[in-house]
Design a protein around this ligand. Structure first.
Ligand code: APR
Ligand code: ZN
Length: 360
């Protein structure tokens, strides 16, 4: 089967091959025919070393498809079911899943499957991004890493729910808990930022300001619900209009750089919430004065997978879409084949696209 493989960290293109195989499924595994996968900035972040991953590896972690095979012990899905892949699957039994009710933080399966090579090419084992690997005709996942959806839901838009949409909407609703009538600034208007803007709109925010360095993104952000959209140099001016000059109630950073994370913290008022959604490099530092943390009493919070319980929240996203409150189809600005995936990676680098979907 076909798969797009990252050979070396630092490569600017993936190696699209047609001689890749899956390993033998175990009793609790599911094989999924991937029909659609989004290209997310986190795929680029694995390529450039921001997100650590074993290589060689099949990238892609935002996908949907149809169950093709199930192991003997699988109980939750059957052959033919439509599913969304999960890049941080809840094991269902641990202190995060049951005790703290934070299943997005359960790492029992995520790190287990990341260590198990799912794919093989000749004699060589291949890993998979986050243990998912949706840039392939088929992938192999533990049953907890698929969420069954209604067969009537378009798989193309369902794919986006698997990462960018859940991450952005979930950051607004679950992590920051944006309140009705509040003011929100969203930094970065890519797939994740546009989802965060939509999440803030769903939550009933009165002011939603998008910030992006790409002027073309400002109109896009407005079309998804931003009440205002500005270049980074104009952020201070907009901030001055919020809460009598104190700043925004919430900031959602959807880029992943220390500079924009710091800008997000500075954009919120005392007592406001700065939510970091973007993924920065392991070795990069973000600094604060030891006084300001106390004095400002701001809530500084990370958001991992939109704080989601995917077993519940994927369905919430799809219901919001069905109700016309969340525009998923409008986020797709380009459709590609797997053979053209490197064009998609180039386009994401220039920041001109919201979401590109590869049809498999
Ligand atoms: N200032 C303002 N805007 C910026 C800057 C900057 N310094 N750098 C990048 N941007 C904008 C780009 O122009 C683009 O519109 O941020 C947006 C990023 O969008 P995508 O590349 O589509 O990224 P996305 O998939 O949305 O992911 C964003 O969330 O999940 C994480 O790993 C992911 O860190 C990444 C972030
Ligand atoms: Zn992603």
């Amino acid at each position: 089967m076909r798969a797009a493989i990252l050979r070396n960290v630092g490569d600017t293109a993936l190696d699209v091959c047609d001689d890749v195989e899956l390993i033998e499924p175990g009793p609790t595994d599911v094989i999924v025919d991937i029909t659609h996968t989004g290209i997310c900035h986190s795929d680029l972040s694995v390529m450039n070393g921001t997100i650590p991953e074993r290589i060689p590896s099949v990238l892609g972690h935002e996908g949907a498809g149809i169950v093709a095979e199930v192991g003997d012990a699988v109980t939750s899905v059957s052959v033919g079911d439509h599913v969304i892949a999960v890049w941080s699957p809840p094991c269902g039994n641990c202190v995060y899943c049951l005790g703290h009710k934070r299943p997005n933080l359960c790492a029992n399966l995520q790190f287990g499957i990341m260590l198990r090579p799912q794919f093989r090419q000749g004699d060589q084992d291949l890993g998979a991004m986050c243990g998912v690997g949706t840039f392939a005709d088929r992938t192999l996942l533990p049953e907890q890493a698929v969420v069954q959806i209604d067969a009537g839901v378009p798989l193309e838009t369902a794919a986006l729910v698997g990462c960018g949409v859940m991450t952005g909407v979930g950051a607004a609703l679950n992590t920051a808990k944006v309140a009705p009538g509040s003011s929100v600034v969203v930094l970065g208007a890519g797939g994740v930022g546009i989802s965060a803007i939509q999440g803030a709109r769903i939550a009933g925010a009165a002011d939603i300001v998008a910030v992006d360095r790409n002027p073309a993104k400002l109109g896009v952000a407005r079309s998804f619900g931003a009440t205002e959209a500005v270049l980074p140099e104009d952020l201070d001016e907009v901030k001055a209009a919020m809460n009598g000059g104190q700043g925004f109630d919430y900031a959602l950073e959807c880029i992943g750089h220390p500079v924009t994370m710091r800008a997000a913290y500075d954009a919120v008022r005392r007592g406001g919430t700065c939510c970091i959604v973007g993924v920065g490099r392991v070795e990069e530092q973000l600094s604060f004065s030891a006084f300001e943390i106390f004095f400002n009493e701001k809530n500084l919070v990370g958001s991992y997978y939109g704080g989601a319980d995917v077993r519940v929240d994927f369905h919430r996203m799809l219901r919001l879409a069905e109700a016309g409150q969340l525009d998923l189809a409008g986020m797709i600005d380009r459709r590609l084949s797997l053979e053209d995936i490197n064009d998609g990676i180039d386009a994401l680098l220039t920041g001109d696209v919201v979401r590109q979907v590869v049809e498999l």
